[in-house]
Design a protein around this ligand. Sequence first.
Ligand code: FES
Length: 564
Amino acid sequence: MKLDDSTGIKKGLTNYGDPAFSVYIRKAFAKAMGYADHELERPIIGVIDTSSGFNSCHHNFPDLIDAVKRGVLSQGGLPMVFPTISLGEMFTAPTTMMFRNLMAMDTEEMIRAQPMDGVVLLGGCDKTVPAQLMGAVSADLPALSLVAGPMITGDYQGERLGACTDCRRFWRDYRAGALNDQEIGAVEDRLCATTGTCMVMGTASTMAALAEALGIMLPGGAAPPAVMADRRRQAEATGRTIVSMVRKNLRPSQILTPNAFENAIRVLMAIGGSTNAVIHLTAIAKRLGISLGLKRFNILSDETPLLVNVKPSGEFYMEDLWKAGGVPVVMKELEDVLHGDALTALGTTVAENLAAVHHPPEWQEVIRTRELPLAENGGLACLFGNLAPDGAVIKRSAASSRFLTHRGKAVVFNSLADLHSRIDAPDLAVTEDSVIVLQNAGPIGGPGMPEAGYLPIPKKLLRSGVKDMVRMSDARMSGTAFGTVVLHIAPEAAVGGPLALVRDGDMIELDVPRNRLEMLVAEETLAKRRESLVLPEPRFQRGYGKLYIDHIQQANLGCDFDFL
Ligand code: FES
């Protein structure tokens, strides 16, 4: 590659009114870091470092960055590492989702503002991968995603443990009185055995798999665990590949086509992926002018079997999926329904990449064959009806089959604070056939659409052995959670959606096979309730919170800002 004035160190000059001066002064400051002239003639690869003391999932990034740099240097590029904000799920209040768009803006603007010819997006924890993809597609510079990789499992009394499906199971048992304080403390010590992302098919694993399916991550890049040598080799190969993408000028807009998104949705269904991915994929596609639509998710879900036997839909963990061949083997099983001509970061097509995939021995336990799937259709379903005119989502693969068609009386909580103050009240009128409804936990009401949709089962029911019941809200749910939980109800209650009109005792009908969610209440009654409805006050009057509240879109539109 011959550098001209629009590439490398001469790209995007700082404006001092004299371009030649700007090059001279920039090179002088680059030389302060020890770079020689011949190095500054190379294509520059930005490497986004999202490590942070507040993000345990990205704790292996120093090692991965070393490997990426090796790969870049080996192909004649010059790696330049730079930071953006990081989002660690457990360390960010009120919820990382509130800051996904801020991270996307940071990513996009820093790619644009600094002199780089291509960029490696180093992410992993739930919101980081979609934020980086949203920013990178808007910047549309050659870009390649690399993730931290999942943790490997720990153990407790001989049982394998994985965050965070098992976190929730043990917490439920603790609430039910089956574990004491000492025992839950021992579980806490062992849940997260290594660095890396949650090792079940939560949002992080799902988004990594989808980046791979989209073709903007190397084949085989999603599943290798964070602590394995294979993860470092992926990083080194990512460094090599991004230089070749720069030489070919291969950009996200050429890779992320409507067909690539269909491939990703197929993979989402086959892996039993996180409900959050519906929002994130919608947002990434929308940045490219591609409208996915929840009904399209349903069509592809109905046509795609659930193949991956990983928690929370199945029984294994991400390290088992890696040993079984990872996403390439899943895509090989789906090959006849994928768009084989979709282009990938290697410059080859999906079909060309899959031609090289071989099944390892014993892979069928973790990745089922098309002939013997875990379920005939995909893990997610989108619901519509008078309770969710713009849609809602349920992870049917993690739900109890007996509740997939259900009628029950609503027990309504009008906020998270209301839920927490009353859910365990001994006199709460609730049975296992009730439907627990949470209002005002959506994008605006939450605020930030917290992962609070996995509503707790009342203690008195837990103690009598109830393990699941129908719960619904405008919130999200961690991809690691399980149960019959309806999420992302749109429009949300805080903007006056029908969810705001539900009252205790209303009959709610859930019919997942027919993709329906209804409240069986007369229209005149709803009209009266609508007239007297008082919407909650906006939570923020200044700063990023106000920008967020003023511009956030609803879940069915991907929760991106309306100006992006
Ligand atoms: Fe980071 Fe689960 S908390 S991936």
